[in-house]
Design a protein around this ligand. Structure first.
Ligand code: AMP
Length: 541
């Protein structure tokens, strides 16, 4: 028998309506390209979103059309996050750090009809413009009137908003309409698109705001350092509006120094980014201390947060670290690492062991680990298996691609490509990507764990481990190490000695290289593919 509840569509405009009604005076602050601050409120944003949505429809954007954004984290990009779906269209966030061919590929693959471009990024886009054949209009953000561009059909963002009125009825009438599109930053093959619906994103926002997850609230001030083009800035723009939290948007200022100032001066309470960002910030704060104890949750994901860095933030800076795991395909949040009540009295060192794991699934995400035959494995904290997930904000198929057993099991679970353990409390710990594991003499070595151990050395800034072929053991780990400024005399022997009592003997690499920096992907993760091919080309010695 069917239930008898209202048929209330979970569409994203409802979140903005709620923020406008309940928290109209809450602020959104943006650090502009010139370093000045733009400040306005949810009420201001609401009015501009309505106008922008109307302008989009006047431009000919119809429900279901894709509209691209090529922009930093700023108030205009937030407006686009609501206006495009509110016009019934799909907000396709373009990763500004993709290789030119990949950028052209995703714009064409998505058939973006209009693309919004931040003028500071115009040269990056112009490089590929002649390979793109679907875009009817370009709209420039933050552009001076006399800007020179080779693009045709160019409009100015503020003109669009000024030219429209607020009298607009949302066109997002059905929760199953698509609202967002994000291509994965995968380092192999063509990028693949995750197409979110209003319903999936609405439920994701609820999920993220559970108290056991990130639990944003009305007194928070949220700084998404994670770009808006990386998995919808991990859903934080929507979660903030739902909660009535204020936002601080860093614009192009993603270096440690301006971030430290922003956090301290704007009294940020929740900041989110990849470990590389927090590593840089920590070293900046050691050199030029600021008080950032206003931060109640330093959210970190995208790659594994080194335990040593979590310890440093918590013990030296008074900032609580919240490790989270997700994927573009999961909208993106999957697990969050908060401590349980029973952990409260544990010694700090044990708490940091727990916090080094990726945490437990939030309600709405089911997970399991399986062996090579697809059989479920026990949650004993030791057995490693391929991590699979299912839930209402997890893709069942990539955009415009056939379903494949490479990523979907026949019984409906999404194969993450991550290898992990799960302990009896449900804490998941990623040991590797399936393709990154090292198989040495038939035994697995977790590169993530090894990197963590090496990065715990006080004179190591970053370390990435890859598998390299070995005659005797088939594969052995090679560690690429970036020393800190005061660690320039660091040697392989120092690291080997440091690892002696920390990992199994066969895990200790014989091959070390000291480098200036580890190559990074477009979203700031270690790019092991580049490292591997540099090794294969003989460039790493
Ligand atoms: P992306 O879609 O770019 O966010 O990439 C998702 C992948 O990033 C996951 O499948 C993991 O391999 C990795 N990842 C995300 N969060 C974490 C984390 N906290 N620890 C380790 N790996 C992570």
């Amino acid at each position: 028998m069917n239930g008898l509840m209202m048929n209330y569509q979970l569409t994203m405009d409802r979140i903005l309506e709620h923020a406008n009604r309940m928290y109209p005076q809450k602020r959104i602050t943006t650090m502009q390209p010139d370093g000045s601050f733009h400040r306005y409120t949810y009420a201001d944003m609401y009015r501009r979103v309505k106008r922008l949505a109307k302008a989009l429809t006047t431009l000919g954007v119809a429900p279901g059309d894709r509209v691209g954004t090529f922009a930093w984290n700023n108030y205009q990009h937030l407006e686009l996050y609501y206006a495009i779906p509110g016009a019934g269209a799909v907000c396709h966030t373009l990763n500004i750090r993709l290789f030119p061919e990949q950028l052209a590929y995703i714009v064409n693959h998505a058939e973006d009809k209009v693309v919004f471009i931040d003028s500071t990024l115009l040269p990056l886009y112009e490089r590929v413009a002649d390979q793109i054949n679907c875009v009817e209009h370009y709209v420039l953000l933050n552009a001076p009137r006399d800007i020179k561009t080779g693009l045709s059909n160019v409009l100015f963002y503020e003109d669009l908003i000024e030219g429209a009125d607020e009298d607009f009825a949302w066109r997002s009438t059905d929760e199953n309409m698509a609202m967002g599109l994000c291509y994965t930053s995968g380092t192999t093959g063509d990028p693949k698109g995750a197409l979110y619906s209003h319903r999936s994103m609405f439920l994701h926002t609820y999920g993220e705001n559970q108290a056991n997850a990130l639990g944003l609230n009305e007194s928070d001030i949220v700084l998404p350092v994670v770009p808006q083009f990386h998995a919808m800035a991990w859903g934080l723009p929507y979660a903030s509006a739902m909660a009535g939290a204020e936002m601080v948007m860093p614009g192009p200022h993603l270096q440690a120094e301006p971030l430290a100032n922003m956090i301290a001066n704007e009294r940020v309470t929740v900041a989110a980014g990849v470990p590389t960002i927090w590593n840089g910030l920590y070293h900046e704060l050691r050199q030029n201390p600021r008080d950032i104890s206003c931060v109640r949750a330093l959210v970190v994901g995208g790659s594994a947060m080194p335990r040593a860095l979590t310890k440093a933030y918590e013990s030296e800076l008074g900032v609580s670290v919240v490790h989270a795991w997700g994927m573009t395909e999961l909208s993106p949040l999957g697990t969050v690492c908060n401590l349980l009540g029973k952990h409260e009295d544990l010694p700090d060192e044990e708490k940091w062991n727990i916090k080094a794991t990726q945490g437990y699934p939030i309600c709405g995400v089911e997970m399991r680990i399986v062996d090579e035959m697809g059989e479920s494995l026990p949650w004993d904290g030791e057995t490693m298996g391929e991590l699979q997930v299912r839930g209402p904000w997890i893709i069942r198929q990539y955009f415009r691609r056939d379903v494949s057993e490479d990523y979907m099991t026949t019984d409906g679970w999404f194969r993450t490509g991550d290898v992990s353990t799960i302990n009896p409390d449900g804490y998941m710990n990623i040991t590797d990507r399936t393709k990154d594991l090292v198989k040495s003499g038939g035994e697995w070595i977790s590169t993530v764990e090894l990197e963590n151990m090496i990065m715990a050395h006080p004179q190591v800034l970053e370390a990435a481990v890859i598998a390299v072929p070995d005659e005797k053991w088939q594969e052995r780990p090679l560690a690429a190490i970036v020393p800190t400024q005061d660690g320039q005399s660091l040697t392989a022997e120092d690291i080997t000695a440091f690892l002696q009592d920390k990992v199994a003997k066969f895990w200790i690499p014989e091959r070390f290289i000291f480098v200036q920096e580890i190559p990074k992907t477009s979203v700031g993760k270690f790019n092991k593919k580049v490292l591997r091919s540099a090794y294969a080309e003989g460039e790493l010695g």
